[in-house]
Design a protein around this ligand. Structure first.
Ligand SMILES: Cc1cc2nc3c(=O)[nH]c(=O)nc-3n(C[C@H](O)[C@H](O)[C@H](O)COP(=O)(O)OP(=O)(O)OC[C@H]3O[C@@H](n4cnc5c(N)ncnc54)[C@H](O)[C@@H]3O)c2cc1C
Length: 455
C-alpha cells in the first residue's frame, strides 16, 4: 500500500513512522523547508537552541514520553524555584506563590464555575454533552459576563485563557473552552508545572524529536512541497503539490493522510468535494507569540526570583525560566497571547522591541539588556497561529462528529483530530497512531467517485 502523508508535524511524522513499520510505502509531503511544524527550534547561539514552538510536557503525555525514550532524548525539568513577579494594575509585587494577587474568593468562585463546566463535558464526544447546543452557542466572554460578578475574576479570566489556550475569550465557544481544559487533563493538571503539563521540556529542544523522526524516514520526506489539491476515484488518489513548490509534482497514493490544522486542511481543493467542512468561518487559531530574552546566565535566580511572571497588560502577559539545564545561558521566554498578540503582530519590529524591553525593565529592573528574539506564529503561512485551532460558536456541533471520518481514501490526523490532549504534542502523536490503525483496519474506502483519474 502506498500512503502519502500531507504535513511533517509530529502527527504526520508519527503516522509516517507507524505506516513504514507496517510495511507501507510512505511519502511525506511538507510545505515548509523543515519538518516539525509547530515544533521549531530557534538557534540563539552556537550551543543554544530554544523552543520557538511547543516546549512543555508532563507525565500523562505517555506517547510523547515513549517517543522521547525511543529516540534516546533527555528531559529537562522546568524550573520554578524562587519568587514570582506580578505586574497587576501597574503595581509590581514579588511573592512565593504562583497565583497573581487577586482576591482569593473571586478566583475561588471562578474556578468553581470552570470546574463545573469541565466536569459536564463528554470528553469522547463533546457535541453530545448535555446542553451542547447552548454551550456551543455562547462565547467564553459572554459566559463570563453572565456568571461572574467579581472584578478580580473578570480581570484574571482572559489572562488564564490566554495562557492555557492562547485564546481571546471572545473567539471561542464555552463548549470549546470546557472541552480543551478537560481534554488536556483538567484545569489543575494543565495549569501546573511540578506534577502537571509543564513539568519538563525536551533537553536541547523539542525539534530534536522531529529531527530524529526525519532521519528515520530519510528520503521519504519531501520538503518544500505544499499540497494544493487531492483528487481520488475508486482506484487511487492523486496528491498535487505546488504551484509555488520548487518543482510542481503529482504523487499517486492508495491512501492519503492529511495531518494539518483544520483551517489549512480546508484550503486544499478536494475532488470529489468534502461532504462536510474541516473548518467554518467561526474557526480561529490560537494567538501566541514567543519572545526569547537571553542572558549569559540565569541572573534573576541570584535575586531569589523564579523568572515566572504574570502581567495584566501586555505585551508579555507571562514569562518563564527556560534556561538550559546546565545553566550555560539564561533564557526567559515571554508569552504574548490572545488579544495582546493580535495587536503585537501588527506593530513594527522596532515598536515591538521597545515595548518588550520597557515591559521587561518594569518586571525585572535589576536585569541587564537581553538578547531579544521574536517568533510570531500569526505570521506563519503554514500554521496561521497556535497553540492550536480554536473552535468558535457552533463549531463543535458542526465539525466535531466528522473530525476523523475518512473521505474515501483520505484520512485525517493532526492534534486537532485528537479528543485526548487536543492542541498538544501528545494529541498530535496520538492522532498519528490512530490514523495508521485506521489504515490497517482493512476497510475499503467509501464514498469516492468511481470515475477514473485522468492519467
Ligand atoms: C508557540 C507554541 C507553543 C506551544 N506550546 C506547547 C507546549 O508547551 N506543549 C505542547 O504539548 N504543545 C504545545 N504547542 C502545540 C503543539 O506544537 C502542537 O499541538 C503540535 O505540534 C501539532 O502537531 P501537528 O502535527 O498536529 O500539526 P503541525 O505541527 O501544525 O504540522 C502540520 C504540518 O503541515 C505543514 N503544512 C501546512 N500546510 C501544508 C500543505 N498545504 N501542504 C503540505 N504541508 C503543509 C506545516 O508546515 C506543518 O509542518 C505549542 C505550539 C506553539 C506554536
Amino acid at each position: 500500500m502506498r500512503v502519502v502523508i500531507v504535513g511533517a508535524g509530529l502527527a504526520g511524522l508519527t503516522a509516517a513512522a507507524d505506516a513504514m513499520d507496517n510495511g507501507a510505502e510512505v511519502v511525506v509531503v511538507e510545505a515548509r523547508d523543515r519538518v516539525g511544524g509547530r515544533v521549531h527550534g530557534i538557534r540563539l547561539a552556537d550551543n543554544l537552541i530554544v523552543d520557538g514552538g511547543a516546549a512543555y510536557l508532563g507525565e500523562r503525555h505517555t506517547e510523547l514520553l515513549a517517543k522521547i525514550r525511543e529516540y534516546g532524548l533527555a528531559l529537562a525539568a522546568t524550573t520554578m524555584d524562587g519568587d514570582s513577579t506580578f505586574l497587576v494594575a501597574n503595581r509590581r509585587t514579588t511573592t512565593a506563590t504562583r497565583v497573581p494577587p487577586f482576591g482569593a474568593v473571586a478566583l475561588g468562585e471562578l474556578f468553581d464555575h470552570l470546574e463545573d463546566l469541565v466536569e459536564q463535558v463528554r470528553p469522547d464526544a463533546p457535541w453530545l454533552t448535555p446542553h451542547a447546543a447552548d454551550l456551543d452557542r455562547l462565547t467564553a466572554a459572554q459566559w463570563l459576563a453572565d456568571v461572574i460578578d467579581q472584578r478580580d475574576a473578570r480581570t484574571f479570566f482572559p489572562l488564564f485563557i490566554g495562557e492555557m489556550m492562547a485564546a481571546d475569550p471572545a473567539a471561542i465557544s464555552v463548549l470549546h473552552m470546557a472541552f480543551y481544559l478537560r481534554s488536556g487533563g483538567g484545569i489543575r493538571y494543565l495549569n501546573a508545572f511540578d506534577g502537571g503539563a509543564q513539568q519538563w521540556r525536551i533537553d536541547g529542544g523539542a525539534q530534536l524529536l522531529c529531527e530524529a523522526l526525519h532521519r528515520r524516514l530519510g528520503e521519504r520526506v519531501r520538503l518544500s512541497h505544499p499540497v494544493y489539491a487531492i483528487e481520488q476515484d475508486a482506484y487511487g488518489a492523486l496528491v498535487r503539490c505546488g504551484p509555488d513548490a520548487g518543482a510542481p509534482c503529482e504523487i499517486r497514493a492508495d491512501r492519503v493522510v492529511v495531518a494539518l490544522p483544520p483551517a489549512l486542511a480546508q484550503q486544499i481543493q478536494y475532488r470529489p468535494a468534502l461532504p462536510s467542512p474541516r473548518a467554518t468561518p467561526a474557526t480561529g487559531h490560537g494567538c501566541a507569540i514567543k519572545v526569547h530574552l537571553s542572558y549569559p546566565t540565569p541572573i534573576w535566580r541570584d535575586s531569589g526570583l523564579s523568572g515566572w511572571s504574570v502581567s495584566t497588560s501586555g505585551p508579555l502577559l507571562s514569562t518563564v525560566d527556560d534556561s538550559p539545564s546546565d545553566e550555560s545561558a539564561g533564557v526567559l521566554t515571554g508569552f504574548v497571547t490572545g488579544a495582546a498578540a493580535a495587536e503585537f503582530t501588527r506593530q513594527s519590529p522596532q515598536r515591538q522591541r521597545d515595548s518588550v524591553l520597557a515591559h521587561l525593565r518594569r518586571l525585572y529592573p535589576q536585569l541587564p539588556r537581553p538578547h531579544y528574539t521574536v517568533t510570531d506564529w500569526l505570521a506563519e503561512k503554514y500554521s496561521r497561529g497556535c497553540y492550536a485551532a480554536l473552535f468558535g460558536p457552533g463549531d463543535w456541533l458542526r465539525l466535531g462528529p466528522t473530525l476523523t471520518e475518512p473521505h474515501g481514501r483520505i484520512h485525517w490526523a493532526g492534534t486537532e483530530t485528537s479528543l485526548e490532549f487536543f492542541g498538544l504534542m501528545e494529541g498530535a502523536i496520538r492522532s498519528g497512531h490512530r490514523v495508521v490503525a485506521e489504515l490497517n483496519d482493512g476497510v475499503e474506502p467509501r464514498s469516492a467517485s468511481r470515475k477514473v483519474l485522468s492519467r
